[in-house]
Design a protein around this ligand. Structure first.
Ligand SMILES: Nc1ncnc2c1ncn2[C@@H]1O[C@H](COP(=O)(O)OP(=O)(O)OP(=O)(O)O)[C@@H](O)[C@H]1O
Ligand SMILES: [Mg+2]
Length: 286
């Protein structure tokens, strides 16, 4: 039987930063629904500063909207009780840009998994722990024997991102929120990561909210697209329909030119965000 309802929902979310002349509407009346089943992909695109990360942070419970509501399984995220919050943290996972900053350089890769295995009590014994870690690494196309004993700097950016995907997969989440998860990767590796997300959807019932500057990536993933501009959703729908027949002038513009983000700035934000999330989930050792 299919589970009904929405796993995540934004209802008329408006998020304002600052006041007076510094007032910024990071999000303005944003609506989004992600059904619990079947697993699906929603890409969020838009120029730098259009409010995409604010949507991600709101869905991750890191940003409280000024107006409107962010809901997990129909409940406002900010009112979840302890047990519900724990379930929510398991079900809604995040993957950001190259996550180098989240890895502790002094620990081998195993450590990334050990932390969440114990925090979320995902396995009953050492043997089971080993099995589920290996299964998740295989699900992202990595060889456990080659990866687990290595230090973070001994992996490529693509491998590190796959480790993060394996780590999210380990939790058996319902949703992965991927904010620019492929932006730092070579074009060739981008497809690998996107294929993993498609496999997660098809094999494991995991949905993805995929934030990107790359319209071709959104197209590759299929599903739905949400186009944002200055905090507002200007167009939404099936990605093929929207990209082949854009209704809004801004979407048409995006199709011809996309501004480049500042990689240095975003790198730093990315690390801070993940660290913040780790602290919220109580699994950080940094
Ligand atoms: N904590 C904050 N304090 C003040 N302003 C903020 C804060 N977070 C975001 N903003 C502002 O809100 C707007 C939307 O930011 P957001 O990070 O959501 O955009 P984005 O679409 O993710 O951009 P990018 O593509 O560059 O990552 C921007 O104008 C940004 O400067
Ligand atoms: Mg962003």
């Amino acid at each position: 039987m299919t589970e009904r309802g929405n796993i995540l929902e934004l209802r008329d979310v408006t998020t304002i930063f600052g006041s007076g002349i510094t007032e910024t509407y990071a999000n303005r009346n944003v609506n989004l629904t992600l059904p619990t089943e079947p697993a699906s992909i929603i890409s969020i695109v838009g120029e730098s500063g259009s409010g995409k990360t604010t949507v991600a942070r709101t869905l991750l419970g890191l940003q409280q909207p000024t107006h409107g509501q962010a809901l997990w399984r129909g409940k406002p995220i900010n009112t979840l009780g302890k047990q519900e919050r724990y379930e929510y943290r398991k079900e809604v996972q995040a993957v950001f840009q190259d996550p180098y900053g989240i890895f502790n350089p002094f620990y081998r890769i195993n450590h990334v998994f050990d932390m969440i295995l114990s925090r979320f009590k995902l396995a009953s014994g050492k043997k089971e722990q080993q099995e589920i870690v290996e299964a998740s690494l295989r699900a992202v196309g990595l060889r456990p024997g080659e990866v687990l004993g290595r230090y973070p700097h001994q992996l490529s950016g693509g491998e590190r991102q796959r480790v993060m995907l394996a780590r999210a997969h380990l939790m058996r989440p319902k949703v992965i929120i991927a904010d620019e998860a492929i932006s730092m990767l070579d074009v060739a590796i981008r497809a690998t990561v996107m294929n993993i997300l498609l496999d997660f959807r098809d094999n494991d019932g995991i949905s993805t909210i995929f934030i990107t500057h790359d319209l071709s990536a959104a197209h590759y993933l299929g599903g739905d697209i949400m186009v944002m501009r200055k905090g507002e959703v200007v167009e939404t729908g099936d990605v093929d329909d929207v990209l082949h027949n854009p209704q809004h002038a801004y979407t048409q513009l995006l199709l011809t030119s996309l501004p480049n983000p500042d990689p240095d700035l975003r790198w730093q934000t990315d690390i801070n965000q993940l660290a913040e999330l780790e602290r919220a989930a109580g699994v950080s050792d940094r």
